[in-house]
Write a protein that binds this ligand. Structure first.
Ligand code: ZN
Length: 140
């Protein structure tokens, strides 16, 4: 057991959560997102999650919705895509992000901009606009 602990000390630990073979989540202890987490973000965000931004996921950086310094983990439910210019807006006293209950990333401007009205990006998710107009979701 001592050898196992010694060997694992420098390892990067992963936790993958499955439900009957369906992947639900992938967590790891490194600050940087893994390639697997980036693939999940392509499916979830498709591109920069900042409101009105059309930059595709291939050109985006991975942002911790809750700052890594506060949470200390890089779980997929705490990650979102942000293009370089929008990622630089996310700093103390500037824009912030949080997760909505449906998993979408919400961007909150600083209070002096637009009264801090939070918003999300529908550029990469036109199907969500149809839902907002009253179309039933799949399976309804
Ligand atoms: Zn952007």
């Amino acid at each position: 057991m001592n050898d196992v602990i010694r060997l694992a000390r420098h390892a990067h630990h992963y936790l993958a959560v499955f439900d009957n073979g369906k992947p639900l989540a992938l967590y790891h202890t490194k600050r940087l997102a893994s390639s697997g987490q980036r693939i999940v973000l392509y499916a979830k965000d498709r591109g920069c999650s900042a409101p009105g931004c059309g930059v595709g996921g291939y050109y985006c950086e991975v942002h911790h919705v809750t700052d890594y310094a506060h949470c200390g983990t890089t779980g997929i439910d705490n990650l979102t895509f942000a293009c370089g210019p929008h990622h630089r807006l996310l700093r103390p006293g500037g824009w912030t992000t949080r997760n909505r209950a449906n998993g979408d990333t919400e961007w909150i401007p600083p209070p002096h901009l637009d009264r801090g009205q939070p918003r999300s990006n529908t550029m990469h998710h036109p199907e969500k606009l149809l839902r907002y107009l009253g179309e039933p979701e799949d399976g309804d």
